[in-house]
Write a protein that binds this ligand. Structure first.
Ligand code: DGI
Ligand code: FE
Ligand code: FE
Length: 188
């Protein structure tokens, strides 16, 4: 799918603020893809659709998680996690995106997972550091992203876990698995 058509489809699903965030993720993902040798068109498409399901009603997301056999433990954790796997499902069902790598980058953009592909890393990171993001620590991750994809991702996942813990939020197990996997497989 071409960029203009993809953006059109996504725009009507999102608020203006979330759409601007999506444009930021798209630009950032393309530049990270170029830098780290990832397919730029796949990065562009995954970025455009990454938050496609963000504003679907909770009931609809819940129904999709159950009927599509997605991990049921998702339902026990923050519903903010749901739009990622549901977005991957809807990108295929409604936008006819069939590229498995693109769909997985959408699916794992919130929790990450063990053994993330470079495309998945690029999308996770672009979501975290796009120019519209302003929170403590983001500048450090932006700087790391210019040097080392893994190091930047580790910092982003660490910050996310610490942010959630400070607010007494539960951490989805896959988020911990993402962190441990990156640390254990770090080259240094
Ligand atoms: O959709 P975005 O706001 O662009 O960003 P996102 O998809 O990375 O994250 C959405 C929300 O999910 C964010 O407020 C933090 C939350 N989140 C991420 N990982 C976890 C989590 N919430 C819980 N409870 N557990 C997690 O592991
Ligand atoms: Fe998201
Ligand atoms: Fe996002």
């Amino acid at each position: 799918m071409e960029r203009e058509q993809a953006l059109k489809m996504v725009k009507i699903q999102l608020t203006e603020h979330r759409y601007q965030h999506t444009l930021g993720v798209m630009e950032t993902a393309i530049s990270l893809a170029r830098k780290y040798g990832v397919d730029e068109k796949k990065a562009e498409l995954a970025a455009i659709f990454h938050d496609y399901a963000k504003f679907r009603p909770k009931d609809e997301m819940k129904e999709i998680i159950v009927s599509q056999g997605m991990p049921k433990d998702l339902l026990e954790y923050n519903s903010e996690l749901w739009h990622a796997p549901v977005g991957a499902y809807l990108a295929e069902a409604e936008a006819e995106i069939s590229d498995k790598e693109v769909l997985d980058a959408i699916r794992f953009h919130t929790s990450g997972r063990r053994g993330m592909t470079k495309l998945e890393k690029v999308i996770y990171l672009a979501d975290y550091i796009e120019p519209g993001r302003h929170f403590p620590g983001v500048e450090e991750v932006r700087n790391l992203a210019k040097i080392n994809l893994e190091e930047a991702l580790i910092k982003a996942v660490q910050n996310t876990i610490m942010f959630l813990m400070k607010r007494n939020q539960a951490i989805y197990p896959e988020t911990f698995h993402t962190y441990n996997d990156l640390i254990l497989n770090k080259e240094d």
